[in-house]
Write a protein that binds this ligand. Structure first.
Ligand code: SF4
Ligand code: ZN
Length: 341
């Protein structure tokens, strides 16, 4: 195949559109497509501040790279989840990327600042902490964005992630989640920042190709907790379908967003409404204590039991010394600012 733009031998094939690009033209095509999505979905404007949720992987670092190359004011944020070596390596990749490009990376350290780590949050039925981990991430990305005045939180969810989520929600007929699935989640409260997913139409292959061609040093391994997760099974099924029908994943997701979502829409493409402030942390919630504060209590309790049984074993996630500050105020980390609860 030849490059769609310059006719040189192609390196990356876009199977859903039956086109291909050489390594020189591909990054420009990729960035132009992201720009088109940002504009088309009205995700954010050039004068707005974007907080990129960074995990050290190809999607989030690729997104951060794209946004800065497109001229957006985008800072990063990393959460030290305390998942042993995986967290240490992903933190290193995130910090190295920020340092190389002279970017600002905010960090929250669960163990130091909140007294528990994600492995303390295992669900007794599934044996996995992923649902709780999702709550942790949503809470801190949103809280830091709200506290520091960002206009929008951008995540690196790609087509494979979104199609797998859609598939899971269809399998279980989670109509509430189906109604909220989309590339933009509007704010319904001054402390709930807008969420956007600029890479939602790019496959994992395409985001990986961008990261490789742009020489982004990202973490290759998956989180060890992901093993056996339902989302991986859904991705595997969709990949099998994609092998036989190129473009199936894309049409499944984009077709749903264009045609199917309206018929299952429950409360609009918004975050929850009817909100009040959490009695402990002040973040918006529907109950007296927010889901995060309730979950953090359980995590701290499990961490205390573990410490009593085995003695305190700090999770080696950082060599960067940090300094505690009074609750609610920013504190300095290696590069940027982290916030206490
Ligand atoms: Fe968190 Fe589960 Fe993802 Fe690991 S696999 S980062 S525990 S959500
Ligand atoms: Zn709370």
């Amino acid at each position: 195949m030849r490059c769609h733009r310059c006719r040189a031998p192609a390196n990356v094939e876009i199977r859903r559109s039956r086109t291909a690009y050489c390594a020189r033209c591909y990054p420009d095509w990729f960035r132009a497509e992201v720009q088109e999505r940002i504009d088309h979905e009205r995700m954010f404007r050039r004068d707005q501040r974007v907080l990129v949720a960074v995990s050290g992987g190809k999607d989030s670092l690729g997104l951060w790279h794209v946004l800065t190359r497109l001229g957006y004011r985008a800072d990063g944020m990393y959460i030290r989840l305390g998942i042993a070596d995986y967290s240490r390596r992903s933190q290193e990749k995130s910090e190295a990327f920020a340092a190389k490009h002279g970017l600002n990376l905010h960090q929250v350290d669960l163990e130091q600042d909140h007294g528990f780590v994600v492995p303390d949050l295992l669900d007794t039925r599934s044996g996995k902490p992923c649902a709780a981990c999702g709550t942790v991430k949503r809470y801190h990305f949103n809280k830091v964005a709200a506290d520091l005045g960002y206009d929008v939180v951008a995540t690196g969810h790609n087509l494979d992630d979104e199609a797998a989520t859609l598939f899971g929600n269809v399998v279980h007929w989670n109509t509430d989640y189906l109604g909220r699935q989309g590339p933009v989640l509007e704010s319904t409260h001054p402390r709930l920042v807008r969420k956007v997913k600029p890479l939602y139409r790019f496959s994992e292959r395409e985001t990986a190709a961008y990261a490789i061609i742009e020489r982004i040093d990202y973490i290759l391994e998956e989180c060890p907790m992901a093993r056996g997760a339902k989302s991986l099974a859904y991705k595997h099924m969709l990949n099998t379908l994609e092998e036989q029908q190129p473009g199936a994943k894309y049409h499944f997701l984009v077709g749903f967003l264009k045609q199917g979502r309206n018929s299952v829409q429950s409360g609009g493409f918004d975050q929850a409404s009817d909100l009040r402030e959490c009695a402990r942390c002040g973040q918006p919630t529907t109950g007296q204590l927010c889901a995060y504060c309730r979950m953090a209590d359980r995590g701290r309790m499990k961490a205390a039991i573990k410490d009593a049984k085995y003695g305190h074993q700090p999770v080696a996630t950082t060599e960067v010394p940090t300094k505690r500050a009074s609750p609610g105020s920013p504190r300095s980390t290696a590069r940027g600012v982290a916030l206490d609860d």
